[in-house]
Design a protein around this ligand. Structure first.
Ligand code: NAP
Length: 293
């Protein structure tokens, strides 16, 4: 079998187009959604992500505000900036780029963001809303994973899903979203016994581990749908680097029914879902109905 490739880049472009349409509709109400991104320190990968977010925010017809703090910034500086952004009516979404420098407690920073502007969906109130089935802002990468999975499996009801990874930003919220879609969900992690055997039970296998090509072809149930969240830089010929996922793509594609590539799978969906969350937050702040996305 050769798996169908789930084209995350194309699916993300279609979502960004819907977001741009929703932003134009909000503009008819005199409302321009605004996304503030806070970058602390000079992590080169974070700087690239922040530039991409700003460019795509503007391309969707929304306002982008970038705030930069030095690597040695005190937690109080970042918390003071968040208080200003929480109070700014032109800012509908706030994203604090992670990771933060070691002197700053990320939990305290995440908790300081107004939950109504928490477009990353990391605030404990939004995590609790997701866990208890209440509407709220949902983390972008897991949301993107579910959208991609549903292009292959339009109904996830009764589907046996395995999520490998239990981080607060990917694994746990992804498992909650799949549960909300009525999938039968197993969360696996570094202490899971017989991980290959657990993965082989999955009709839908989601890997969010951060270990290059850990999931092998013989871990995959024939015909399964595989969503690869991992982004890992590995050495390539000529002293260069290339990006690979958490799944050994060529082996997996020979067994799976459908699979996301890396790059070009989950990655582009994350920013598209961030823009979608910003438009949702802006509409909610203005008391307007949730945009159709
Ligand atoms: P993380 O916080 O490091 O969590 C990794 C998870 O994988 C943990 O729950 C860990 O288990 C589990 N794990 C580690 N080694 C394992 C092993 N040998 N067997 C089974 N489970 C293992 O990572 P994350 O932030 O969730 O990110 C995961 C991957 O997704 C990374 O490659 C990251 O770059 C990528 N990512 C991509 C996007 C995107 O936009 N595409 C967004 C976010 C993250 P324990 O809990 O037991 O330690």
């Amino acid at each position: 079998m050769t798996a169908r490739i789930i084209d995350g880049a194309a699916i993300a472009a279609a979502l960004r187009e819907k977001v741009a349409r929703a932003a134009r509709q909000l503009a008819d109400h005199g409302l321009v959604p605004g996304l503030a991104v806070v970058l602390t320190g000079d992590n080169p990968a974070s700087a690239v992500y922040v530039r991409n977010k700003a460019a795509q925010t503007q391309a969707a017809g929304m306002r982008s505000f970038i705030h930069r703090l030095p690597a040695m910034a005190a937690a109080a500086d970042l918390l003071a900036l968040i208080a200003v952004l929480n109070a700014d009516p032109d800012v509908h979404g706030i994203l604090v780029q992670l990771p933060l420098p070691p002197q700053i407690d990320a939990h305290a920073v995440i908790a300081a963001v107004d939950p109504a502007k928490d477009v990353d969906g990391f605030h404990p109130i939004n995590a609790g809303r997701l866990a208890t089935g209440l509407p709220g802002l949902v983390p972008c990468t897991p949301l993107g994973c579910v959208i991609l999975a549903k292009t292959v499996l339009p109904s996830l009801a009764g589907v046996t899903a395995v999520v490998v990874g239990r981080s607060n930003i990917v694994g746990k919220p992804l498992a909650q979203l799949l549960l909300a879609e009525n999938a039968t969900v197993t969360i696996a992690h570094s202490k899971t016994r017989d991980l290959p055997g657990v993965c082989r039970t999955a009709d839908l296998l989601c890997a969010a581990v951060g270990r290059a090509e850990m999931v092998r072809g013989d871990w995959i149930k024939p015909g399964a749908t595989v969503i690869d969240v991992g982004i890992n830089r590995v050495a390539a010929d000529g002293g260069k680097h290339r990006l690979v996922g958490d799944v050994a793509f060529a082996e997996a594609a020979a067994v799976a029914g459908a699979i996301t590539p890396v790059p070009g799978g989950v990655g582009p969906m994350t920013i598209a879902c961030l823009l979608a969350n910003t438009v949702r937050a802006a509409a909610a702040a203005a008391g307007l109905p949730a945009p159709e996305l």
